[in-house]
Design a protein around this ligand. Structure first.
Ligand code: AHR
Length: 494
């Protein structure tokens, strides 16, 4: 028999806006993430627009990607932006720390801005603190944003871009405690204070400035940066990757896993809530108005590399498990909409929990892509509280909530309810009492598959994809929903 769950959706208690920027993506120069995945060059036989693959651009455009982070990650702290401007055939070939492969610098600022414009995303550039000379970061920002006749702005024009580009977010370094320079928080906080001072931007094109957080459980780092540089920044980052095990050496496989790995991955993913809660509490002490956003600009599942691939390229398959944890994570972000106002899944194409995989001229949309598609209505919706009562899902001594849900109301009044049943064996019958909700037209879509590790492959690209959902009906002010095992459902009520 299906498990029974009862929920209350408080449409009468709208909370903060779910910032659409939490649906952002991260594109790093890493493995086949940029070269091959996004960029094939204008002379490629693969259909492209000014070098970017048409298939991938169209898929990203369809997803309403609000913001794209570039060029790293760890790569950002050894990236010199001047290597990526001017005639492409004159650009230097540098070394990329991810596998020490050659970086042709074919994709630089102009190309990245072109991509962002094609897909309709705002731009988040991660500056180089680790190896960049102090003036380099200031010059980069001036090159991007200055409408003046300064030599840097004229250089931008000579390179083909007349007006400044809109720059939404700019980060001072990445993971400065590790690959970004082995810094201590006191030193980093001073660097932020100094660097932020010289990032001069016109009033109508002022990027929000971001400082990096420490390790996910390092509250001292947050304390230190907020105390001494909190006034200089608009965003503060949290990076948290989910692995199925407790060992970075043996994380676990992306496919062919058992139910213990399934539930363990889910339990690890749910830790995001605790990290956000604890960092937010520290931030609240220094910034009670919540002016500074908590920016989860790297999140997702990280598995052992795909056998036969370069381990430095962080390639992995993406399955229904990734869809379920993506939905659970987005629900957590919704519940923290007051503080979490930007996030980027890692990463866009071919790297870690990718939205898209490519091989030669082929492309597949992953189950994670489809979750972002299902959740599109939540972008800029007002968060609505949901109370949930359900028996837990327990396996192998691990227990997680039996149902998870989040809700939002769009500016047009429609209500959206996301429901996740993490149990791979058992369906759930959920009764959702609607408090203060009107409207009687119900639509829904579901993402599920027969196997926990069902994936979309180049041979079978549509194994996991959203289907219309028919197992929900309204009885007065109660919504009856039969959630299939291991599924993500999004309902829209008008
Ligand atoms: O996303 C892969 C890497 O993970 C990023 O470059 C780095 O910031 C993090 O450690």
């Amino acid at each position: 028999a299906p498990a029974q769950a009862s929920l209350v959706l408080h449409a009468d208690r709208p909370g903060p806006k779910i910032a659409r920027d939490i649906y952002g993506q991260f594109s790093e120069h890493l493995g086949d993430g940029v070269y091959g995945g996004l960029w094939v060059g204008p002379d490629s036989k693969i259909p492209n627009t000014r070098g970017f693959r048409n298939d991938v651009v169209a898929a990203l455009k369809a997803l309403n990607v609000p913001v794209l982070r570039w060029p790293g990650g760890c790569f950002a702290d050894s990236y010199h932006w001047r290597d990526g401007i001017g005639p492409r055939d004159k650009r230097p070939v540098t070394l990329n720390g991810w596998g020490l492969v050659e970086e042709p610098n074919a994709v630089g600022l102009h190309e990245f801005m072109d991509l962002a414009q094609m897909i309709g995303a705002q731009v988040y550039v991660n500056g180089n603190l680790g190896t960049g000379a102090p003036g380099e970061m200031a010059d980069e920002v001036e090159y991007i944003t200055s409408p003046s006749r300064s030599t840097l702005a004229e250089q931008r024009r000579a390179n083909g871009r007349r007006g400044p580009w809109p720059l939404a977010w700019f980060a001072i370094g990445n993971e400065p405690w590790g690959c970004g320079g082995n810094m201590r928080p006191e030193y980093y906080a001073d660097q932020v204070r100094q660097r932020a001072m010289f990032l001069r931007m016109p009033d109508d094109d002022k990027a929000k400035i971001i400082a990096s957080g420490g390790q996910p459980d390092d509250l001292h780092w947050t304390e230190t940066v907020m105390a001494s540089a909190g006034k200089q920044i608009d965003g503060y980052t949290l990076h948290y990757y989910t692995i199925p095990s407790d060992s970075w050496e043996h994380k676990g496989s992306a496919t062919g896993f058992d139910e213990t790995a399934w539930i363990s991955t889910i339990a690890h993913a749910l830790r995001m809530d605790d990290f956000i809660t604890r960092h937010s509490a520290v931030m609240d002490r220094y910034d009670p108005e919540k002016r500074v956003a908590l920016v989860v600009d790297e999140w997702g599942n990280w598995y052992d590399p795909e056998p036969g691939t370069n381990p430095a390229f962080l390639q992995q398959q993406n399955t229904l498990r990734d869809a379920v944890t993506a939905a659970l994570t987005l629900n957590i972000f919704h519940r923290h909409a007051d503080r979490v106002r930007m996030a980027e899944i890692a990463q866009t194409v071919n790297v870690l929990q990718a939205m898209i995989l490519t091989k030669g001229d082929q492309m597949v949309l992953t189950p994670s892509y489809h979750v972002f598609d299902l959740y599109r209505p939540f972008q800029d919706a007002a968060e609505l509280p949901v109370e949930i009562q359900s028996p837990p899902y327990v396996h192998g001594g691990i227990s997680v909530p039996g149902v998870d849900a989040s809700a939002g109301r769009s500016p047009d009044g429609s209500i959206h309810l996301a429901l996740v049943n993490p149990n791979p064996e058992s369906a759930v019958h959920a009764e959702v009492r609607l408090e203060g909700a009107f409207g009687r037209q119900l639509d829904g879509r579901v993402l599920t598959a027969p196997q926990m590790d069902a994936a979309n492959t180049f041979g079978r690209p549509d194994r996991v994809r959203p289907q219309p959902f028919k197992a929900a009906r309204l009885a007065g002010d109660v919504l009856m929903v039969d959630l299939p095992a291991k599924s993500v459902v999004v309902l829209d009520l008008r």
